[in-house]
Write a protein that binds this ligand. Structure first.
Ligand SMILES: [Mn+2]
Length: 463
């Protein structure tokens, strides 16, 4: 955990951003896998971690904005718990580690909430994603399940997004650590990849590195010779000569800050000329984004500038045609990159996505677009110092999408469908780095950049 003052200050800032009422932040519970006592890996709620620090199941935090009181609700362990789990600190002492004086058994939380609503006070709740917490809110506050989305406090969501979007020095140090572990995961994956190796052997190696140096991967590892499928979690293919291995993976530190990187490597250890041409377009796109990221620019502008690099490169290869500026304005390049340039990252790999993507990535000045491709951009708004985001351009050849556009005669002026035929089985390339927006520009997170030039990747694979 961070030092006590970090949590005290975060809650003090939150109290200033919310006008009145009671803020409820439910922690997560254990979640059963195949029978009640055999649980999934426990993951605490990120907002609970941010404001109340503790990584234990069965807790809730309450902040009374009007009185200023702060509470930690949790049960002290029983003798039976001690027998199975060993001695545990008291709730009182846990609360004091994060600067909270008032504690009560979890069961008392319901009384506090009911009393508050009965007396007409505002109870601020967040969007819920765990069914047990939804059931709790239904039972205690009587919120119907189908109305739970409407019962959330937009005021609280906006306040939390404002705070968590700007990473402090302690958080940045954690994310640097996560990226350093990510460096090892990705370089070891490059060394392991070879014809005859099964994808799961590499994915498992990456997962093991994450677990042995920090925590679980920050999301289920995407590793595939079919990189054109954006979130491919199938790891059963035997890799062969001529394949590209796309690995999109990151780790969580012990404090649950994430990294998220993607590299694409030639299974044979050397890019073919054809692979290298497309690879260099994506690398140039990534580098171009890095040259633009700074406070004041919107991430949509960066996304569109990167799309032009992609469209220009594909035009040079003869896969696209016409004016790249026009192609990007019309959205024709989205055939090859049907996703956005990146997202916020922090305690969640898609940071705060559970609070609502548009509250995190957009604001009053910049609204989400509806155009195919651009609509997938999770972060569009103006960048500020302290933002941590991913820069992840890609280029994919998705046979089903190509066929569909071709039969609809879409963007015939911009896409050379005939030339495209020879890329049907190419796969996909994505290159993803994690970036901190600094007062005068940006810096790459982690102490070293994961090998990215074709030479660096090939050298790493040989070593
Ligand atoms: Mn990502």
């Amino acid at each position: 955990m961070f030092k006590r003052e970090v949590y005290i200050n975060r809650r003090a800032k939150l109290k200033k951003l919310v006008k009145d009422g009671i803020i409820l932040i439910l922690g997560n519970n254990e979640s059963p896998m195949n029978y009640p006592a055999n649980g999934y890996h426990f993951r605490q709620d990120s907002d609970f971690l941010y404001f109340f620090g503790h990584d234990h199941a069965g807790m809730a935090g309450v902040i009374d904005v009007d009185s200023g009181d702060e509470f930690l609700f949790a049960d002290d362990v029983s003798m039976d718990d001690i027998i199975w789990m060993g001695p545990q600190p008291s709730v009182k002492s846990l609360a004091s580690e994060v600067g909270i004086e008032k504690t009560a058994p979890f069961g008392d939380l319901a009384n506090l909430l009911v009393k508050a609503t009965d007396s007409g006070r505002n109870v601020h709740i967040l969007p819920q994603y765990r069914h047990d917490n939804m059931i709790y809110l239904n039972q205690v506050l009587g919120i119907p399940f189908d109305k739970m989305k409407d019962a959330v406090s937009v005021e609280l969501i906006k306040a939390i997004v404002a705070l968590r979007s700007i990473k402090d020095e302690y958080e940045i140090a954690e994310i640097d650590k996560a990226c350093d572990i990510g460096y090892i995961m990705h370089t070891e994956a490059m060394k392991k990849a070879a014809p005859g190796v099964i994808e799961r052997e590499v994915a498992g190696l990456m997962e093991g590195i994450s677990l042995s140096r920090g925590g679980v991967p920050s999301f289920p590892i995407i590793l595939s010779v079919n990189g054109q499928t954006l979130h491919n979690h199938y790891h059963g293919n035997v890799m062969k000569e001529g394949d590209l291995m796309l690995a999109d993976a990151g780790c969580e530190t012990t404090l649950h800050y994430a990294s998220d990187n993607t590299r694409t490597s030639p299974v044979s250890g050397k890019f073919t000329a054809k692979q290298r041409e497309v690879y260099e377009i994506v690398m140039n796109a990534n580098n171009h984004a890095m040259s633009l990221i700074k406070p004041g620019i919107t991430y949509r502008e960066v996304h569109l500038a990167v799309a032009k690099v992609l469209a220009s490169g594909l035009t040079e290869l003869g896969i696209m045609k016409g004016n790249p500026d026009d192609a990007v304005r019309e959205g024709a390049h989205a055939l090859f990159q049907p996703h956005g340039l990146g997202h916020m990252m922090g305690l969640d790999v898609h940071d705060m996505e559970g609070l609502g993507e548009n509250y995190v990535g957009y604001d009053d000045k910049i609204k989400r677009a509806s155009q195919f491709g651009l609509s997938g951009l999770r972060l569009g708004r103006e960048l500020k110092p302290g933002f941590v985001l991913t820069n992840e351009p890609g280029c994919y050849f998705i046979p089903e999408l190509i066929d569909s556009w071709k039969s609809d005669k879409k963007f015939m002026d911009f896409i050379n469908y005939e030339k495209l035929e020879s890329y049907r089985d190419f796969g996909g390339i994505r290159l993803e780095d994690d970036i901190l927006v600094t007062p005068d520009g940006n810096r790459l997170l982690g102490s070293k950049r994961i090998p990215i030039t074709p030479e660096e990747v090939e050298d790493c694979m040989r070593s």
